[in-house]
Design a protein around this ligand. Structure first.
Ligand SMILES: *[C@@H]1O[C@H](CO)[C@@H](O)[C@H](O)[C@H]1NC(C)=O
Ligand SMILES: *[C@@H]1O[C@H](CO)[C@@H](O)[C@H](O)[C@H]1NC(C)=O
Ligand SMILES: *[C@@H]1O[C@H](CO)[C@@H](O)[C@H](O)[C@H]1NC(C)=O
Length: 247
């Protein structure tokens, strides 16, 4: 009897662990296919800070983060960063969040991958790629399993090359286009921002600017009420988030 007990205890632990896996966590693998170093940034809406808020991702590298059920938050990429190796102090030319470890969101224009994970196994995860705050680099999100629609979302090409001059962000040091503002960010007008007289899905419609974003990234939010083609759902899955997915 005394010899069996430890095995029973182990079995119980294993059962609890397997229930825990199904019910209460999802992993995010962040990987970079960019030809240059990117720095991930992450901000939590609900739940713990993941991975300390940000990491350096050299070309071809990846990191894995785990989030509990009910977690919500966003991931983005930062480019042109320079940090003090000891203190983490420094800044980035796009997506900056105050230091190596983000304490707030990324400065727009910045491509975002957004998640609201299911709070219970009966619920679905919601996720999307958003260009509502503009675009800096290509991002994609792919569920690795799960049940439901489980669509892949993201951009298939570099939008900076197609960015109209009035929306461009140019790096002063290199002269390169490093970001593309949303029309809301560039002009602040209610018809682009879906505010004021344009604050409902009926009164805020696509613009010639959001159409450029939609053409490059058909499965991403190109303006705030772009829900129909942009919100994805899936249950019981992990996710791979790729920077520069088309490289
Ligand atoms: C990094 O920060 C430390 C502490 O403030 C400082 O002594 C050091 O000079 C910094 N390094 C660089 C390369 O700026
Ligand atoms: C970014 O960091 C560099 C080097 O530390 C510094 O010279 C520059 O002023 C910083 N820029 C901003 C906007 O903080
Ligand atoms: C979008 O439409 C506005 C107003 O008609 C025009 O001024 C602007 O040049 C257009 N921009 C693009 C990129 O088509």
């Amino acid at each position: 009897m005394a010899m069996i007990l430890p095995f029973q205890a182990l079995k119980l632990v294993l059962i609890l662990l397997s229930i825990g896996k199904v019910a209460s966590s999802a992993s995010f693998t962040l990987r970079s296919q960019c030809t240059y170093t990117v720095w991930s940034g992450t901000l939590s809406g609900n739940g713990p800070v993941l991975g300390g808020g940000g990491s350096e991702l050299p070309p071809g590298s990846s990191i894995r983060l785990t989030a509990p059920s009910g977690w919500s938050g966003r991931f983005w990429g930062r480019t042109g960063c320079s940090f003090n190796r000891t203190t983490g102090a420094g800044n980035c030319s796009t997506g900056d969040c105050g230091g190596l470890k983000c304490t707030g969101g990324g400065v727009p224009p910045v491509t975002l991958v957004e998640f609201t994970l299911a709070a219970s196994p009966a619920d679905k995860d919601f996720y999307d790629v958003s260009l509502v705050d503009g675009y800096n680099i290509g991002m994609g999100v792919r569920p690795t399993g799960g049940t439901g629609d489980c669509q892949e979302a993201g951009c298939r090409e570099g939008l900076n090359r197609r960015c109209p001059p009035e929306l461009r962000v140019v790096d002063s040091a290199t002269g390169k286009v490093v970001g593309c503002k949303s029309a809301c960010l560039a002009f602040g007008r209610p018809e682009f921002c879906c505010t004021g007289d344009h604050s409902t899905p009926q009164t805020c419609t696509p613009s010639n600017y959001s159409a450029i974003f939609k053409a490059a990234c058909p499965t991403a939010y190109s303006y705030p009420y772009d829900d129909a083609t942009s919100i994805c759902t899936c249950s019981g899955t992990d996710y791979v988030i790729t920077f520069c997915p088309t490289n």
